[in-house]
Design a protein around this ligand. Structure first.
Ligand code: DON
Length: 347
């Protein structure tokens, strides 16, 4: 800490890490560490029903997937529809936004085109054209804008902070799976992550979270892997929210459900406690916590063509701070799933 970035990524400490990794079969070089730089990137800014959303840009998919799914939902008057239809539309929006993730998203330094179009109402309108209010969309009918692959050729923590001056911070940090790669280079005390799993290792091949990807997120030298981390600010006349959660691919849908809850007047506590459900385009099913649906809703949604899979554990560990502008009141809430439970029970 005292000697900063250089003392970690260069010199004798870096050497120690590299030697130990190599002695244990890893392929790191000192150059890999020497040339590593932290990059600051612009967040994605969008609006939904009068609230501003500020969430991470690539190489996290969080901001784009969240904003794109909300843009799709913006075409409906959700509050005038039945709870089941609302859930159907949320699932279908997530299906489409995660489909864009699988096909197009990766480290922006390695991409030729920007994905700004995902933030436009006109693209969301196009995405809604294939959305049937009564039936789940068959993944096979979602058209690839570009063929993704033509044969040859080609433990997470979130915290939210505010100080007395109103400075706010939303931070999610990840070493990916529990204990990362479960490897500490000898003599360093540094636990190495296994973020390599966030890359797509082969076209259309699932990672640890069942996510698929193609060229945009293929492994390449000096490239950063596509993330789902979504530390986010919401802002409106009501005040603001600082939020985020661990949970791998499900992070983005958790933030989306919490955002909708805030828009519906919910507070910090109801946002963190809300039962959760998730769809990520592939695998093509709705993963849900038991309390998220009544059995009659599942029957109805199944008859619309949705496939359901009950999660054998709850997911997420959301941390929220809200500021209510009218009453100048701060509220904080921690996910009940994160309390008094072993890590095996919560993911
Ligand atoms: O960046 C990502 O999307 C993943 N490394 C996040 C992993 C995660 O949230 C694990 N926590 N349960």
């Amino acid at each position: 800490m005292k000697d900063g970035h250089r003392s970690f990524y260069t010199g004798s400490f870096a050497k120690k890490m590299v030697e130990s990794v190599q002695n244990n079969g890893g392929i790191w070089s000192e150059e890999d560490l020497n040339r590593y730089k932290v990059l600051e990137r612009e967040p994605v800014r969008s609006t939904y029903k009068g609230i501003s959303i500020i969430a991470p840009g690539l190489p996290s998919s969080g901001g784009l997937v969240l904003s794109n799914a909300l843009n799709i939902l913006a075409g409906y008057e959700l509050d005038k529809l039945s709870p089941t239809t609302q859930k159907h539309l949320i699932i279908e929006s997530l299906r489409r936004a995660y489909y864009e993730r699988a096909l197009k998203m990766g480290d922006p330094d390695f991409m030729d085109n920007t994905l700004e179009f995902l933030l436009t109402p006109s693209y969301a309108a196009k995405q809604r054209e294939s959305l049937n209010i009564n039936y789940a969309t068959d993944n096979q009918t979602l058209e690839f804008a570009d063929p993704p692959y033509q044969g040859q050729g080609n433990d997470t923590t979130h915290f939210a902070v505010i100080d007395k001056f109103g400075n706010r911070v939303a931070v999610t940090q990840s070493i990916n799976f529990w204990f990362g790669s479960a490897f500490v280079p000898k003599g360093t005390g540094v636990l190495l992550n296994n973020e390599m799993d966030d890359f797509s290792i082969k076209p259309g091949t699932e990672n640890g979270y069942g996510l698929i990807g193609y060229d945009a997120n293929a492994v390449e030298p000096r490239k950063r892997m596509l993330s789902s981390m979504t530390p986010t600010f919401l802002e409106s006349d009501r005040g603001f929210v600082i939020l985020g959660t661990p949970g791998g691919s499900r992070i983005i849908s958790m933030i989306l459900l919490a955002t909708l809850e805030w828009i519906n007047g919910g507070d910090a506590k109801s946002m963190v406690s809300l039962p959760r459900f998730h769809h990520q385009y592939h695998p093509d099913y709705v993963l849900y916590e038991e309390e998220a649906f009544m059995s009659s809703e599942i029957d109805e949604l199944e008859s619309m063509g949705h496939i359901f899979k009950k999660s054998n554990r709850q997911f997420g560990n959301m941390q929220i701070i809200t500021w209510d502008q009218e009453n100048n009141k701060i509220e904080v809430a921690s996910d009940p799933r994160g309390k008094e439970k072993s890590r095996e029970e919560v993911y």
